[in-house]
Design a binder for this molecule. Structure first.
Ligand SMILES: CC(C)(COP(=O)(O)OP(=O)(O)OC[C@H]1O[C@@H](n2cnc3c(N)ncnc32)[C@H](O)[C@@H]1OP(=O)(O)O)[C@@H](O)C(=O)NCCC(=O)NCCS
Length: 407
């Protein structure tokens, strides 16, 4: 399975275990310049024959991050399993459901299957994470290695366009190939894993099943989320093996495990769902042991970086059933602002239930925007207090829930 890891910039890092696509760093400047000066890249990939390390650094600190923040050009460094920079790949003209995929490798990295791996990761990223429908590939006529690579990935030659590329400053004819989301070979689940100091968001795995069961049996999860009642190992496995992969490949739901970055143990889950143009909704369920530790806030920050920088969303919504004060307060800590309290807005296992709706825009500060005016833990008004590890056991939780349903 492919994995995607992002740093604090929110730019994903894609890996298949052999090749990793990551954000460019200043330290790559000399290698990036050398890669561009390579005569094969100059000939076929419009690279600059005289690029200096200074110019490469200017690109790494200027044009490349600018491309990410506009979302229009998404350029990655390709590194091998030893961490060496072996190439670069980019999506150009990203928008309106399509993009153009480009790649170039350093001379000594060619012929090892690395380009195919890197381009596959890019195609999966484009389709599964960005939700694009079509990818284009153009190669200067005569660049058979590039055309073959595209065809190996499932691209189909559409035709030749006169003067669409250029070589040595002059127009050159180009082969144009396309790949559609439906037409590609075996779609893979590409899962962003976002690394922070204390937590890592990564793909859920079968090894998480027991912790997931415990977290979903917890009374607060039963009360405030839509997890199935009497959550079983079979529920967990179906979630891990079926629901989550389908969400990623179809693009409807991006679910992550929240794991301890030191031990990799599962602490909870967090997701983006209800995608609409430019927005999505956040969902979070942290296990009782991790509540109050800051893990939820760390996970939410990583997810928000991914949503705004990685997916270029403009708004993230946070919805909490009333009166889930822990959830609302966490959202408040992240800078979300309360927009509305809507009667019966949420479907709580078939019952219309009142909800708080909070929003955060990409440019909003990630800190409280006004003093906290809600309930405080332990207040008489803090109904629905979230039980900690010593809270009621599972059966009690189900009974409590049933009593709540009966009103
Ligand atoms: C909601 C959830 C993710 C928050 O994570 P967390 O680790 O508890 O969050 P934090 O401790 O950082 O922040 C919660 C705040 O709410 C406060 N709080 C908790 N229960 C409260 C209550 N009943 N009344 C008022 N405040 C409460 C906490 O004291 C804390 O505030 P503080 O940091 O000022 O002390 C977690 O509690 C959880 O997973 N709950 C079960 C599932 C759930 O409710 N998911 C959200 C669905 S919208």
């Amino acid at each position: 399975m492919n994995a995607v890891v992002a740093d604090e910039s929110g730019i994903p890092e894609l890996s298949d275990g052999v090749v990793t696509l990551r954000v460019f760093q200043r330290a790559d400047a000399a290698d990036y310049a050398a890669l561009n000066r390579d005569p094969v890249n100059v000939r076929w990939a419009n690279s600059r024959a005289r690029m200096t390390a200074g110019e490469a650094e200017a690109a790494i600190t200027g044009a490349i991050p600018e491309g990410w923040s506009s979302g229009h050009t998404r350029r990655f460094a390709i590194v091998d399993s030893a961490g060496a920079l072996v190439g670069t790949t980019a999506l150009h003209n990203v928008g309106q459901g399509s993009a153009s995929l480009g790649i170039k490798l350093a001379a000594d990295a060619r012929g090892k299957g690395l380009a195919r791996r890197a381009a596959k990761l890019m195609a999966d990223y484009a389709f599964d994470i960005l939700g694009l429908a079509v990818l284009h590939w153009h190669a200067v006529v005569g660049n058979t290695a590039s055309r073959r690579l595209a065809e190996h990935l499932g691209f189909t030659l559409e035709g030749t366009i006169t003067g669409y590329s250029n070589v040595a400053g002059a127009p050159a004819d180009a082969w144009i190939l396309t790949l559609t989301a439906q037409g590609r070979l075996a779609p893979a689940m590409v899962v962003p894993v976002l690394r922070g100091d204390t937590v890592v968001l990564r793909a859920l795995d079968r090894r998480d099943a027991d912790e997931l069961v415990a977290n979903c049996l917890d009374p607060a999860a039963v009360q405030w989320t839509t997890v199935p009642l009497n959550y079983s190992r079979a529920d967990a496995l179906s979630f891990i093996n079926d629901f989550v992969p389908k969400g990623w490949t179809g693009g409807e739901t991006h679910t992550f495990a929240v794991a301890d970055s030191r031990t990799d143990a599962l602490l909870g889950t967090i997701d983006l769902h209800n995608f609409r143009p430019g927005s999505a909704e956040i969902g979070i369920n942290m296990g009782p042991q991790s509540r109050g530790t800051g893990a939820a806030a760390a996970a939410a920050h990583l997810l928000l970086d991914y949503a705004f920088s990685g997916l270029a969303l403009q708004y993230v919504y946070w919805r909490a059933l009333l009166p889930n004060w822990a959830s609302r307060k966490l959202a408040w800590k992240m800078g979300f602002r309360l927009e509305a309290q809507l009667r019966g807005f949420s479907d709580d296992r078939g019952m219309p239930t009142d909800a708080w709706i909070l929003t955060l825009a990409d440019s909003d500060p990630r800190q409280p925007q006004q003093p906290w005016d809600g309930a405080r833990a332990g207040d008489a008004g803090s109904l629905g207090e979230v039980p900690g590890p010593q809270g009621p056991d599972t059966n009690e939780a189900a009974q409590l829930y049933a009593a709540k349903r009966r009103g």
